[in-house]
Design a protein around this ligand. Structure first.
Ligand code: ZN
Length: 167
C-alpha cells in the first residue's frame, strides 16, 4: 500500500522536477523505468504510455501508445516501432555511459539529485550489487567503470529497504 501510494505520487513529483531542471526530469523519468513494470512507462495520463522520441534519422516525434499496443506508428515519418524494441532502447539509455565511481556519484548528484556517499557505493560494490565494466585507459591501466542507471537502481532498492524497515 505504501509503495503504491508512493508510486502514484511519482508522476507529479517527477513532473515538478522536470519543470525545474529538464535534465533531472529526464533522469527521474528514466529512473521510473526500473521501478515497476506496469507503471514504468506511464507519463502523465494513465491510458497513454510515452516511449521517447522516434529517432528514425532526424525524426524526433514523441512516440506514445495505449497500454495494450504491441507497436507504435510514428505520426511524422510513419515508421512502425515494436514496443519491446523501444523498451530495450529506454532501458539501455537509462543505464547511461559507464564512468569511474566518483564521476558516477557526481553525475547522479547533478542529474538526478541523488546523493550517494563514497562508503555506501563501496559497500554496494563489495556486496556484489554493482557489476563493473573494465576499461583500459591511455596508460594501459585497468579502470572499473559503472553505469549510472545501475547505481541509481541499487540506490532506490536500498532506500526502499530502509523505508520498509523504518515503517
Ligand atoms: Zn518518426
Amino acid at each position: 500500500m505504501m509503495l503504491q501510494a508512493w508510486l502514484s505520487q511519482l508522476p507529479t513529483r517527477a513532473h515538478a522536477a522536470a519543470m525545474d531542471n529538464p535534465d533531472a526530469g529526464q533522469w527521474l523519468y528514466m529512473a521510473r523505468i526500473w521501478i515497476q513494470q506496469a507503471r514504468d512507462l506511464v507519463w502523465g495520463q494513465e491510458e497513454k504510455r510515452v516511449y521517447g522520441p522516434c529517432e528514425t534519422g532526424p525524426c524526433m516525434e514523441p512516440l506514445s501508445a495505449g497500454p495494450d499496443a504491441v507497436s507504435v506508428k510514428c505520426r511524422n515519418c510513419k515508421t512502425v516501432h515494436n514496443i519491446p524494441d523501444l523498451i530495450d532502447r529506454l532501458k539501455q539509455k537509462a543505464k547511461g555511459e559507464p564512468m569511474p565511481p566518483r564521476e558516477t556519484r557526481e553525475f547522479l548528484q547533478k542529474e538526478a539529485r541523488v546523493f550517494i556517499v563514497k562508503k555506501d557505493f563501496e559497500n554496494w560494490v563489495q556486496l556484489g550489487k554493482l557489476d563493473p565494466v573494465i576499461r583500459v585507459d591511455g596508460t594501459g591501466k585497468e579502470r572499473k567503470m559503472y553505469y549510472p542507471g545501475d547505481v541509481l537502481k541499487v540506490f532506490q532498492e536500498m532506500r526502499d529497504r530502509r523505508r520498509v524497515k523504518a515503517s
